[in-house]
Design a protein around this ligand. Structure first.
Ligand code: F6P
Length: 490
C-alpha cells in the first residue's frame, strides 16, 4: 500500500477558511495595512508549517474596485494568502446573518432572545441563499488555485457547502472538512430549518473532523436521525459510500510561545508589567474574544462574588480581562459589549479605591509579545466559556507558565476540558458560587500541587501541537482515500 507519510510530504495543502490569517484595512487607493486575525483557527493553522500551504479566505474588508482587488491580492499572495472578495450585502447576509446569527448560537447551545430569533427566522431564506452564494465564490477561488494531487482542507461552519461544490467540479479531489466549534446534540441541531441540506453537503467530503469524540458522535447521530443514514464506528455510510468521521483535537504551536519568552522584547515587557502590578499580591487573567460563548458576564459575576465573600482579598487581587471585539455588526454582540461594560463599571465602583480598581478591562487585542508576557506573569487564568470548540487560550497560557506554574480554571464546557481537565480546576461557569470558590482555591493553592497540575498540562500542550494535529488529519485523509480506492477494487 502507498505510505501515507510518503504521499503527504509531496503534497500541497490548500487551507480554506472564512477568514484569512490577516485582515486588511485600506490606507490609500492601492495601499493596505495587514493585521493578524484573532481566534483559535488562525493561531493553530499558522503553526502548521510542514506543508507547502496556500491559504484561501476573506480578507475582512469590502473591496469592489479592480485596482483595489489587484493591489490587495498581490500584497496577500506574497505571503501565500489568496483572497475571496465578498461584497457588503453578502457579508451581511452570509457572515453576520447565517453564520453568526444562526449557526454560531445554535452550535453553541445559545438561545437567542425571542425577538432576535423571530427576526432571524424571517430572513432565513435570503441568508441561506447568501450562504450558498458565498460558498460558491470560495469554491471558484479554490478551483482556480487547485493542482492535481493537492489536499484541500475546508474549515468551519462558514463553509459547509464547500465540499459539495468542489466535489461536483472534481470528484477526485482529496477533501477534508474540519469543524472548529462544537457540533451540538442532534436534538438541538434538528431545530435548524434547512438542516438536511447542510449535512448532505458536508458528507461529500472524504474525511470530517471534530475536536472531540462527543462532537463527532453528535454529528453522526444527526446524520442517522435526520437523514436516516447508517452510523458506523468509522463514520457515516450512504449506499455503500463511507464518509470517515473522527476526532482530531487541535493544539497550538507551543514552541513559538516558549521561544518568545526568551526574547528581549517579552522579557522587558515582563519587567514593565511586574512594576505595574506591584501593588497586588496576585493577578488573574482572562483572554477572550468578546463573544457570548465565552461567558464573560458569568466570569465577572463570579469574581464579584469572590470579592464580596473574601474581603481580605479585595485590595490584593487584580483581574486583567482582555476582550477582543468581534462581529461588531451583530446585534447580540453589541448588547453583550454594553452588558460587560456595565458589570465591570459596577464592580470597580464597588471595590475600587482612589488608587486602584480590581478589574482592568481592555476592549482590544494585544501584540504577541504583550500577550506572552501577560501569560507568563499572571497567577491564574480564568476560562468560563459556556460552550467552546476547544479554547486554545488555555493551551497558550500553559505553554507560557513553565516558570510560574500558574493555575488554570477551566470551564467543563470547553473542548479543552477533555485534554487539560486533569491539570486544571474544572468549573461549571453557570454556578457563580462554585467559580468564586475555585478562585479562592486557585489563589491559595500550594506550590507542590500547582507544579503537579502544570506538569500534566505542559506535557499535553507540548506534545499535542498544531503540527501533530495537521499531520494526523492529512495522513488520515490520505489513508481514507487509499482505503476507498482499495474498496472499489475488491
Ligand atoms: O471556530 C471558531 C471561529 O470561526 C474561529 O475562526 C475563531 O476562533 C473565531 O471563530 C473567529 O471568529 P471571527 O472570524 O468571526 O471573528
Amino acid at each position: 500500500a502507498l505510505s501515507a507519510k510518503h504521499v503527504r510530504e509531496k503534497q500541497r495543502l490548500l487551507v480554506v477558511a472564512n477568514r484569512l490569517p490577516v485582515s486588511a484595512t485600506r490606507k490609500g487607493e492601492s495601499s493596505w495595512a495587514l493585521e493578524l486575525s484573532a481566534g483559535g483557527l488562525v493561531s493553530a493553522l499558522l503553526g502548521v508549517r510542514q506543508f507547502e500551504t496556500r491559504w484561501i479566505g476573506w480578507p475582512g474588508v469590502n473591496v469592489q474596485d479592480d485596482k483595489g482587488q489587484k493591489s490587495l491580492s498581490s500584497a496577500l499572495e506574497e505571503k501565500g494568502f489568496i483572497p475571496v472578495f465578498l461584497d457588503e450585502e453578502t457579508v451581511d447576509q452570509y457572515y453576520n446573518g447565517y453564520c453568526n446569527n444562526v449557526l454560531w448560537p445554535l452550535f453553541h447551545y445559545i438561545g437567542l432572545q425571542q425577538e432576535d430569533r423571530l427576526a432571524a427566522t424571517r430572513s432565513l431564506q435570503s441568508q441561506f441563499s447568501a450562504y450558498k452564494r458565498a460558498n460558491r465564490l470560495f469554491a471558484e477561488v479554490v478551483l482556480s488555485q487547485y493542482q492535481d494531487g493537492d489536499v484541500v482542507w475546508c474549515h468551519d461552519y462558514h463553509l459547509m457547502f464547500l465540499p459539495k461544490f468542489l466535489k461536483e467540479a472534481n470528484s477526485r479531489m482529496k477533501l477534508g472538512w474540519f469543524l472548529h466549534t462544537p457540533f451540538p446534540s442532534s436534538e438541538i441541531y434538528r431545530t435548524l430549518p434547512l438542516r438536511s441540506e447542510l449535512l448532505k453537503a458536508v458528507l461529500t467530503a472524504d474525511l470530517i473532523g471534530f475536536h472531540t469524540y462527543d462532537y463527532a458522535r453528535h454529528f453522526v447521530s444527526a446524520c442517522t436521525r435526520i437523514l436516516g443514514l447508517e452510523g458506523t464506528p468509522e463514520g457515516v455510510e450512504d449506499q455503500g459510500k463511507l464518509t470517515r468521521v473522527a476526532a482530531f483535537p487541535i493544539g497550538i504551536d507551543s514552541e513559538r510561545f516558549i521561544k518568545a519568552l526568551e526574547t528581549d522584547m517579552v522579557r522587558s515587557h515582563i519587567q514593565k508589567l511586574r512594576g505595574r502590578f506591584a501593588g497586588r499580591k496576585q493577578v488573574m487573567l482572562g483572554v477572550d474574544r468578546l463573544d457570548m460563548i465565552k461567558g464573560i458576564p458569568q466570569k465577572l459575576l463570579a469574581f464579584e462574588k469572590f470579592l464580596e465573600e473574601s474581603p481580605e482579598w479585595q485590595d490584593k487581587v487584580l483581574l486583567v480581562q482582555i476582550a477582543v471585539p468581534t462581529r461588531t455588526d451583530v446585534h447580540e454582540y453589541q448588547r453583550l459589549t454594553s452588558q460587560v461594560h456595565e458589570i465591570v463599571g459596577r464592580i470597580n465602583g464597588r471595590f475600587g479605591t482612589l488608587g486602584t480598581v480590581p478589574i482592568h478591562h481592555l476592549d482590544r487585542s494585544l501584540e504577541f509579545h504583550e500577550l506572552c508576557a501577560l501569560y507568563a506573569i499572571t497567577d491564574v487564568l480564568l476560562v468560563t466559556s459556556l460552550r467552546d470548540g476547544m479554547n486554545l487560550v488555555s493551551y497558550e497560557y500553559v505553554a507560557c507558565q513553565n516558570t510560574k506554574k500558574g493555575v488554570l480554571i477551566l470551564s467543563e464546557f470547553a473542548g479543552a476540558a477533555q485534554s487539560l481537565g486533569a491539570g486544571a480546576i474544572l468549573i461549571n461557569p453557570w454556578n457563580i458560587s462554585e467559580v468564586a470558590a475555585s478562585i479562592e482555591d486557585a489563589l491559595t493553592m500550594k506550590e507542590v500541587e500547582r507544579k503537579e497540575r502544570h506538569r500534566h498540562n505542559f506535557m499535553h500542550v507540548t506534545t499535542h501541537t498544531a503540527q501533530v494535529w495537521a499531520d494526523t488529519f492529512v495522513s488520515e485523509l490520505n489513508d481514507t482515500i487509499v482505503e476507498a480506492e482499495l474498496r472499489t477494487l475488491r
